[in-house]
Design a protein around this ligand. Structure first.
Ligand SMILES: NC(=O)C1=CN([C@@H]2O[C@H](COP(=O)(O)OP(=O)(O)OC[C@H]3O[C@@H](n4cnc5c(N)ncnc54)[C@H](OP(=O)(O)O)[C@@H]3O)[C@@H](O)[C@H]2O)C=CC1
Ligand SMILES: CC[C@](O)(C(C)=O)C(=O)O
Ligand SMILES: [Mg+2]
Ligand SMILES: [Mg+2]
Length: 404
């Protein structure tokens, strides 16, 4: 069987995976297919080492970590567990929208709290939240909620805390999707009351993806953490809420570790780093006489359309194996140069996250009343860079946009 056929079959097999049980069965079929030409690059699955109710201890490359999964929280159990609760989603940005709609679709009691007549208020109405019934100004929503899910922007959490705090009364649960407000409390002044559970569920992906994966019947990976456990139920509640808002697998962390890794990740590989690397390569190719289309195809289009999805599905070794021996030789040889250069930058970044400099910058910038316009201006500048203008044209040629 040719490599192309075997990898196509492997892709198809992966797409059909609907549950862990199905995956376990399919994986051996898939491995056989891929093995025909790339024996050492067949996808592997790690079996759970221990299975107690609801929690698995998994071996991650030699380190054991606990993982919870949504299969242990079927919808009936969720509805029963939270039957006396009202989830108050405060803020309706990317996460408020994804988490709120998912929890509502799971059958839980959910209300949304945002500034009246702001952009989020209007969006919430479009998504079917009803003013006076399920959509309220922030303080009113908090007064109705038993689980207060603070999904305002991190800067707005600081700004609104003096108004919000008095409504976080004994017996309620305070929920965040980021360790930011609590960990950088020297700057945010957010000190949760002592008599409430304080938990975190942080989806490891955009709120838009939280919603789309849920609608596809899948779930996003999320982290959870407990900062304060007054009831003795904080952990169980966090895991239940993680499932309610659309998580598939749920990993344990602390508020500190979540916020530090998150701020590093988004400034590094996920957003800032990749932007910098794309730009650097594109500029070098252009400065050395290559056309915009060639530079874009060789930098972004091939990455996102061909190679990175292979990493996502099967791992880096599989992607390397799918490329030429010429490419592999060069890629392996040049890795260390990039590793060394980037580790310096990433260590610098980590220090600036850990010492609070990044939090300070983010709070200052995002507290500006015109923060949206400021970003719009910067994003407009990015959109107009030659690399992304060239990208628009390259994308327009894709079959889905070019039907004739
Ligand atoms: N974006 C993501 O995918 C992820 C976000 N997170 C975390 O989730 C939380 C929410 O983030 P995200 O969904 O991106 O939301 P945003 O950062 O986009 O915040 C949007 C909400 O904040 C409100 N808001 C902004 N300023 C104010 C203010 N001064 N007073 C009242 N409300 C205000 C907006 O209301 P209005 O429309 O009225 O201005 C809007 O509802 C954050 O802690 C973030 O770090 C975690 C994982 C991923
Ligand atoms: C990568 C950006 C993120 O941390 C996220 C989507 O996880 C965010 O803060 O939006
Ligand atoms: Mg993140
Ligand atoms: Mg983040």
């Amino acid at each position: 069987m040719s490599f192309r056929n075997s990898s196509r079959m492997a892709m198809k097999a992966l797409r059909t995976i609907g549950s862990r049980r199905l995956a376990t069965r399919n994986i051996s079929v898939m491995s056989r297919n891929v093995a025909a030409s790339t024996t050492r690059f067949a996808p592997r699955m790690t079996a759970p080492m221990v299975q107690t109710r609801g929690m698995r201890v998994m071996d991650f490359a030699g380190t054991k970590e606990n993982v919870w999964e949504r299969n242990d929280w079927p919808r009936e159990k969720l509805v029963d567990y939270f039957k006396n609760d009202t989830l108050a989603i405060i803020g309706y940005g990317s996460q408020g929208h994804g988490q709120g709609l998912n929890a509502r679709d799971q059958g839980l009691n959910v209300v949304v709290g945002v500034r009246k007549d702001g952009a989020s208020w209007k969006q919430a109405i479009e998504d079917g939240w009803v003013p006076g019934k399920t959509l309220f100004p922030v303080e009113e929503a908090i007064s109705k909620g038993t689980i207060i899910m603070n999904l305002l922007s991190d800067a707005a959490q600081t700004e609104t805390w003096p108004q919000i705090a008095p409504h976080i009364t004994k017996g309620k649960t305070l929920y965040f999707s980021h360790g930011f407000s609590v960990i950088f409390k020297d700057q945010t002044k957010i000190q949760p009351p002592k008599d409430v559970d304080v938990i975190l569920v942080a989806p490891k992906g955009s709120g838009r993806t939280v919603r789309t994966l849920f609608k596809e019947g899948r779930g996003i990976n999320s982290s959870f953490a407990v900062y304060q456990d007054v009831t003795g139920k904080a952990q169980e509640k966090a895991i239940g809420l993680a499932v309610a808002v659309g998580s598939g697998f749920i990993y344990q962390t602390t508020f500190k570790k979540e916020v530090v890794s998150d701020l590093v990740g988004e400034r590094g590989c996920l957003m800032g780093g990749i932007n910098g690397l794309f730009l650097a390569q594109y500029q070098v190719l252009r400065e050395r006489g290559h056309s915009p289309a060639e530079a874009f195809n060789e930098t972004v289009e091939e990455a996102t359309q061909s190679l990175y999805p292979l990493i996502g599905k099967y791992g880096l070794d599989y992607m390397f194996a799918a490329c030429s021996t010429t490419a592999r030789r060069g890629a392996i040889d040049w890795t260390n140069r990039f590793l060394e250069a980037n580790k310096k930058v990433l260590n610098d970044l980590y220090d600036n996250v850990e010492n609070g400099n990044e939090a300070k910058r983010s709070l200052a910038y995002n507290s500006a009343p015109n923060y949206r316009e400021l970003y719009d201006k910067e994003l407009e500048e990015i959109r107009n860079l030659e690399i992304w203008k060239a990208g628009e044209t390259v994308r327009s040629l894709r079959p889905e946009f070019n039907k004739h």
